[in-house]
Design a binder for this molecule. Structure first.
Ligand SMILES: Cc1ncc(COP(=O)(O)O)c(C=O)c1O
Length: 508
């Protein structure tokens, strides 16, 4: 086993000692493997519904059936291909305490030091048994607008009102509502990014996906100059990005974020920013603790700048089960979202919308942010330190979110690819997410080995510290086994999915 060299993240020494560029490393991998057919882990991935190479799907179906099932890749299939192998290896919810789920795309939900009490009781009267409006309860919409004005827009002439806010039943519902009202345009997205954009861009065909690869040389930052050029030359009408970014843990902020917002004003491009991790920012300087980041700070006129913000209680408030989220944008967009919501999801849970109102009080929010940033920074630092100690130094550590984008390329073949690493960890009762899941590839056309995410896994430090330690112990065992026994036992003998209804799904 080789440990990571001390050269910059984009390079590693070749056998001859001269630095190899990241692209060379990929080419090298391609040369060695030739094709995904040679990898058992990739075969399992391909065999799951919706992940067959597109040209092979449904060869004998009639044209009508082909049309109906043109995109047989609903979101749950992606989740199931992770959890079915986990099930095959003995994972179930009764035994889940024996497992470490570093794949978990959710923060721990229990008490953390110095945070306000967790909301565990909800009281409501008969009115709350009615449907809520599809744009949400007016008082909650007002509370969201007030929070954004108080946090990001003090002293600005243009302020958000409830008419700029639509309450939605979860972030994905919000993204779907937005996608449903945008039509026939080129939509720019980046690789790697949040997995659900893959399904969104597959399902809503009027958004024509245009990918951009984020480079490790650039610390996975978005090159705003290039975006401007692409808008001019390719006619991009929509840009979507998670910011802070899942899975890289990087963030567009300061002048870059301002320039991105300016784009929405200066060109006819709508900027959709998925800000679910806007509180998960890790400051080195203590005096910044409690500050969050949002494009709302740089919007000029809230009804003219075409900036759409999606956020909610899922991550920042650590309430993923509440399904209370929001979309913020110009008034006319919110009116359109009311219409798409009435057929897509019917609106968010009424009692929990009412219960959410006090949680949006700026003072309450400040206490939550301070506690969260301290606790999650402690967990991040702990995990990074432990990974380094076992020879997995993270060269581009997360400055935001609760994810680590772990580069495996210096490990020996075959555990240097995310799918094999994932399968080997299942044997140790630990779940991580193979990097390939974040390669937004709406039509599933590419050979999986040519993915820039191939040598990565995403580790989540969302779970409590004990679970994280348990997971890192498992990673250490796999690496020790590799050192002791060589690669003989790796890359094969995986338990495939068990039969029966897919009852386990997760949120990546
Ligand atoms: C970037 C990003 N946006 C949105 C969501 C999903 O939010 P929700 O669970 O509310 O649908 C996630 C969840 O993992 C996420 O990572």
């Amino acid at each position: 086993m080789t440990s990571e060299p001390s050269s910059p993240p984009s390079t590693r020494p070749s056998r001859a000692g001269t630095p190899l560029h990241f692209k060379d490393v990929l080419l090298d991998a391609l040369k060695r493997y030739k094709h995904e057919d040679e990898s058992e882990a990739h075969q399992i991935y391909r065999q799951s519904a919706g992940h067959k190479a597109r040209t092979l799907s449904f060869p004998r179906l009639s044209t009508l059936m082909k049309k109906l099932f043109r995109n047989p890749t609903p979101w749950f299939n992606r989740c199931h291909i992770l959890f079915r192998p986990a099930q095959a290896n003995g994972f179930n919810y009764a035994s889940s305490h024996e497992w470490s789920n570093l794949g978990q795309g959710a923060p721990e939900v229990g008490p953390i030091p110095d945070a306000p009490d967790r909301p565990v009781k909800v009281e409501y009267d008969y009115d709350a048994l009615e449907y809520a409006p599809t744009t949400g309860v007016k008082k909650l919409r007002e509370a969201v607008a007030h929070l954004y004005n108080a946090t990001y827009r003090q002293g600005k002439a243009s302020q958000y009102t409830y008419e700029n806010v639509c309450i939605v039943p979860g972030g994905r519902a919000g993204l779907s509502r937005v996608a449903a009202v945008i039509g026939d345009v080129y939509c720019s997205y980046q690789v790697p990014d949040y997995t659900a954009y893959d399904q969104m861009l597959s399902a809503f065909k009027r958004l024509v996906p245009v990918p951009t690869a984020l480079e490790p040389e650039n610390h996975y930052n978005l090159d705003i100059g290039q975006v401007k050029k692409d808008i001019r030359t390719q006619g991009l009408a929509v840009i979507i990005a998670s910011n802070p970014r899942n899975p890289t843990g990087q963030v567009i902020r300061g002048n870059d974020l301002k320039e991105l917002v300016d784009i929405s004003r200066e060109s006819a491009t709508t900027v959709i920013l998925d800000e679910f991790y806007s509180w998960y920012i890790y400051y080195e300087n203590e005096k910044n603790i409690g500050k969050s980041i949002s494009s709302a700070e740089y919007v000029d006129d809230v009804n003219k700048d075409s900036v759409v913000i999606v956020d909610g209680l899922t991550k920042n408030w650590r309430l993923p089960g509440w399904r209370i989220c929001w979309v913020i944008g110009p008034k006319n967009l919110i009116t359109a979202l009311s219409q798409s919501g009435s057929f897509l999801d019917g609106g968010a849970n009424h009692p929990l919308q009412l219960a959410a109102i006090p949680l949006l009080d700026p003072e309450h929010v400040h206490k939550e942010k301070v506690a969260l940033q301290k606790h999650f920074k402690m967990k991040r630092d702990h995990v990074l330190k432990r990974l380094k100690a076992i020879g997995l130094e993270v060269k581009i550590p997360p400055v935001a979110t609760f994810y680590i984008w772990l580069n495996l390329e210096n490990l020996p073949d075959p555990i240097n690819n995310g799918l094999t690493f994932f399968e080997e960890l299942l044997k140790e009762k630990t779940i991580v997410i193979p990097g390939i899941f974040f390669d937004i590839n709406p039509a599933h056309r590419r050979n999986l080995f040519s993915s820039p995410c191939h040598h990565f896994v995403r580790l989540s430090f969302g779970p409590p510290l004990e679970d994280l330690d348990q997971g890192i112990d498992a990673i250490a065992r796999v690496l020790r086994k590799a050192k002791k026994e060589g690669m003989r036992s790796f890359g094969h003998s995986y338990k495939k999915s068990i039969e029966g209804p897919a009852s386990l799904a997760t949120h990546v």
